[in-house]
Design a protein around this ligand. Sequence first.
Ligand code: ATP
Ligand code: MG
Length: 221
Amino acid sequence: MVFGMIKLFNVYKNFGPKNPAIVDLSLNIEKGEFVFITGPSGAGKTTLLKIIFCSERPTSGNALVNGININRIKEKQLAFLRRKIGVVFQDFKLLPNRTVFNNVSLCLEISGVQYPIIRKKVHQTLRQLGLSKKERYYPPQLSGGEQQRVAIARAIINNPSILLADEPTGNLDPEITIEIMALLEEIHQRGTTVLVATHSQELLKDTEKKIVTLNKGRIVK
Ligand SMILES: Nc1ncnc2c1ncn2[C@@H]1O[C@H](COP(=O)(O)OP(=O)(O)OP(=O)(O)O)[C@@H](O)[C@H]1O
Ligand SMILES: [Mg+2]
């Protein structure tokens, strides 16, 4: 496995005969890169992230994620690959009836990690994201920025090699947006490949990061 790398070769994704979401897309992202995916609504940003996460299969073309050919991936490998990819969404997708601690611990429980190790890892991650005091809260009791930090904690608890964030600041005010972007940068600094999909030009204004611009499923810049 080549952790953290993503290579797409002439990938197409059609949701119907006249509905191409991704068109002849080739892309090379090295381990440890930070890349913004931008473009207007419907450009294919979410679809591209879903292909990388293997929740959508390319209609044609090939993709290597962590060195694995996702067209040929087996069930077992898929579970393993997904454990190495963290995902963060605009609407957080936290479980409302589980505490902050239990939202973050869930994937470790599913992986069969022993409880003392889970406790240690969750506490460490919550501390890192400034959420230690909130571990017994339920998501509806948190602000949007706090909920997004919980979602990031959940995404990075397994030390993923790739972090995919789809409009991670779409529902947050400008101050909290800066805070969340700083957290993503910190995760990137530790060697994680980070992909952020956003249509916000504000977020891209002063960045020196690589920007991939999509339009109607094609890379235009
Ligand atoms: N499950 C689906 N079934 C049918 N069409 C889909 C599906 N998912 C996406 N599409 C279509 O694929 C195209 C790209 O959608 P996608 O969600 O990737 O865009 P996006 O760039 O993420 O847009 P936004 O900025 O609004 O989130 C759109 O035309 C959309 O209608
Ligand atoms: Mg989208």
